[in-house]
Design a protein around this ligand. Structure first.
Ligand code: BGC
Length: 756
């Protein structure tokens, strides 16, 4: 290449970029760059590789990796995933920038789902905080550690609303409610992306999985999703629209089909809705190999056909199906894909790279010093502990057994989960160090006075085997060997803290479960322990709602702690001993039994709602003959060490179809506390039947001991209307129930007539 051309190219690609570029400047730079790209270079941008080799060492001579390396050097790769560390990403970036004709930088993505090395609570737990600022702070921390480790892009947040506790990935999302998920989506995206994406301590978010993935039939991962337009428009899509509005840089599509069309090949979803109606200007990455799966779905004849369908449908980047790499150029040459469609995808990808500041300095995220200073420090752990505290949900507290005194004589800490320094880290744990969490046992020991005797007994065994390699774990290999020791310890201790639930590897991708009650011998042990000790506090550790009616009935106290990350034990002890007054609320309904799933509070009335089916002996009602309809703990439920009383509900119609809602919250206890005040509505008669209640707003208020606080909401048409089956937003005149309360079941109600 001649010298002048090299200079010209360098100017077009990198230009002088001292300051943050405006969107207009980015568009013009991208246009100039695309104008000089060959088809092969354009296709290269749509191709994403997994980093299967260790960049911190020499590239192995293995053919496949060699091919990948060669392609990076030619400029035939747009992004990579699982390439890590400041040093590793620098090596990979160098290959692209210093060897390819145009020197276009790679984008590096990674699954930072709830932290990079400092683990935050799993996403469902963060949602249980109902705390926008806390979730944002957690995401900002994850972004700081990720960005400082050379990576620019997280495949998070997962904002699939899930109604089914059997689905293992319910742990990765914000729960069963569309509104709460939308709030969390915004918090996470703003936390990751900050105000300036080109700051190396912010990273690009990826809203996933678009769409319908959580509606897998029977909760079995990857299964078919067959959803009505009403559910699609009103439940599944709103969090994704919120993600676009929050500025999500990228989207990921999903493995499932939705109403007969695999999402990766769904043009209506990706082009018409996402990029058209919502005006999304980032790019869509496929899920891992999902373009190839169009064949197994029975949607595409061969790889070329799959590539054509996916690309035309709006899937801009191919994650590891290796189909665009081999087929896209030919598809453009044969006219099956328009050059303008290719250009559009490439422009989207390049724009995100510009926004990340990669053209200004492709190595700006690769700073060893920063990585050492900012990852996994005392400060990051403090934030993780703060976030974790707010995610814990107090489900039961008979006779105010909790908080415990730090001067208590003796505590028996029982259960494999209580002793584990690994399980609280959760699944999708990125670069967490194995066995690095503060266990429940350690947290309790850290909190109590010197005089308190804390003793541990494993009691039950849920999993055995090599935790470094999850496929070597054996589940439920328990003959009850630990019972005797645990029972003896319980008998001689003042209080028992029994930790039960799930191993973190029982939730997550590919971990659907047909039985969501306590596995193995956990319940049996619980039943033995309550025979010998009246003060059994159950600490639940799990990633999905569990069916635990027996615990709910017989335990003295229950604290839901999810998988709460690096500082789990300390945060749990903060609540157990009253240093933090629990404020979490369930973002999912806890069922009574698995047969009720999918279970969600915002259900319909049906023509035959249950009134008194069990009492009157009749069976012709919408109910089960062997189970209640309701779950054990409702959506939005969570106790506090304070007592909150709701009164003086006042609902008024104000101008423009707006509704003003006021309620008085009184803290009748001696403990100051935080309450999440929830507002639900029901449109009583509508052209499409509406849920019996749905969350439209909430506020968190701190109320002093013995204090009162008036809380005010303003509901607008956006809260009161719904999407019809033509995806038009409608607000219909008539009667509305406005409900306010502490959870989705305990609500004050006023009915109001509205004309819009
Ligand atoms: C998951 C995605 C994830 C991707 C990359 C897929 O199996 O469904 O959520 O981001 O892998 O690791």
């Amino acid at each position: 290449m001649n010298y002048k051309l090299t200079l010209l190219l360098a100017f077009i690609v990198f230009g002088a970029q001292a300051q943050k570029l405006s969107e207009a400047q980015i568009a013009s730079k991208v246009d100039s760059l695309v104008a000089i790209m060959t088809i092969a270079e354009k296709v290269g941008q749509t191709n994403m590789y997994n980093g299967t080799w260790e960049f911190t060492g020499p590239v192995p001579a293995d053919d496949n990796n060699q091919l990948k390396a060669d392609n990076i050097k030619k400029g035939y790769v747009g992004g990579m995933l699982n390439v890590l560390t400041a040093k590793g990403t620098r090596e990979a970036q160098k290959m692209a920038v210093e060897n390819s004709r145009l020197g276009i930088p790679l984008i590096f993505g990674y699954d930072v789902i709830h932290g990079y090395k400092t683990m935050l609570p799993v996403p469902i737990a963060q949602s249980a905080s109902w705390d926008f600022e806390g979730a944002k702070r957690g995401a900002a921390l994850a972004a700081q550690e990720t960005g400082a480790s050379g990576v620019h892009w997280t495949f998070s947040p997962m904002i699939d609303v899930s109604w089914d506790a059997r689905w293992g990935r319910i742990m990765e999302g914000a729960g069963e409610d569309s509104y709460l998920t939308s709030v969390m989506a915004k918090a996470w995206i703003e936390g990751y992306q900050g105000d300036d994406l080109s700051d190396p301590l912010t990273i690009a978010a990826c809203a996933k999985h678009f769409a319908g993935y959580a509606f897998a039939e029977a909760g079995r991962d990857y299964n078919t999703a067959d959803v009505s337009p009403q559910t699609l428009y009103n439940v599944i899509l709103p969090p994704f629209e919120a993600a676009v509005n929050a500025g999500a840089a990228t989207f990921m599509n999903s493995f499932n089909e939705i109403s007969g069309v695999p999402a990766t090949g769904d043009k209506y979803l990706q082009r018409e809705i996402l990029k058209g109606r919502w005006g999304f200007d980032g790019f869509m990455v496929s899920d891992w190999g999902s373009i190839g799966e169009l064949l197994t779905h029975g949607f595409a004849e061969d790889s070329a056909h799959a590539g054509e369908l996916a690309f035309n449908a709006g899937s801009d980047m191919d994650m590891e199906a290796r189909i665009y790499e081999f087929e896209l150029e030919q598809l453009v040459a044969s006219g099956k894909v328009d050059m303008s469609t290719l250009d559009d995808a490439v422009k989207r990808i390049l724009s995100v790279k510009y926004r990340l500041g990669l053209f200004e300095d492709p190595y700006k995220y690769c700073d060893d010093k920063r990585e050492k200073e900012l990852v996994y420090t005392a400060e990051t752990k403090k934030i993780a502990r703060d976030v974790a505290k707010s995610t814990l949900v107090l489900l039961k507290n008979e006779n105010n057994l909790l908080p415990l005194s730090k001067n208590i004589k003796s505590i028996a800490v029982i259960g494999q989960l209580a002793g584990s320094k690994d399980i609280p880290l959760g699944n999708w744990r990125a670069q967490a160090i194995a066995n690095s969490a503060v266990s429940v046992e350690e947290g309790i020991k850290n909190a109590v006075s010197k005089k308190t005797k804390v003793q541990f007994a494993q009691g039950y065994t849920l999993t055995t085997g090599n935790r470094d390699f999850v496929h070597e774990l054996t589940f439920e290999d328990d003959q009850g060997e630990g019972f005797e020791e645990a029972i003896n310890l319980a008998r001689t201790s003042e209080v028992v803290v029994l930790t039960v639930g799930e191993d973190c590897y029982q939730t997550g991708e590919g971990r659907s479960q047909a039985d969501i009650s306590l596995k193995g011998k956990q319940l049996e042990l619980f039943n033995e322990l309550i025979k010998v000790n009246k003060n059994v506090v159950v600490v639940l550790m799990n990633g999905r709602p569990l069916a635990i009616p027996e615990l709910a009935e017989k335990a003295s106290a229950i604290l839901e702690t999810w998988f709460s990350g690096s500082e789990a034990g300390n945060a749990i002890a903060d609540v157990l001993f009253g240093d933090y007054n629990p404020s979490g609320k369930l973002p999912v309904t806890f069922p009574d039994n698995v047969g009720q799933e999918p279970l969600h509070y915002d259900r319909k009335s049906t023509g035959r709602p249950v009134t008194n089916a069990f009492d009157n002996g009749l069976v012709f009602w919408s109910h089960y003959t062997d189970s209640p309809n309701e779950g054990t703990y409702p959506f939005g439920f969570g106790l506090s060490y304070s007592e909150f009383n709701y009164s003086d509900l006042n609902v008024q119609s104000v101008e423009n179809g707006k509704v003003k809602v006021e309620v008085l919250i009184s803290n009748t206890s001696k403990t100051p506390g935080k309450e999440t005040v929830q507002v639900y509505i029901r449109d009583r008669v509508a052209s499409l039947t509406q849920p019996i209640k749905r969350l439209v707003d909430f506020k968190q208020v701190e109320v002093a001991a013995g204090g009162q606080q008036k809380v005010t909401f303003e509901l607008t048409k956006e809260d009161l209307g719904f999407y019809n089956n033509q995806y038009e937003f409608v607000v219909e005149d008539g009667a509305f129930d406005i409900m306010v309360g502490t959870n989705s079941m305990d609500l004050m109600k006023e009915t109001i007539n509205l004309t819009f």
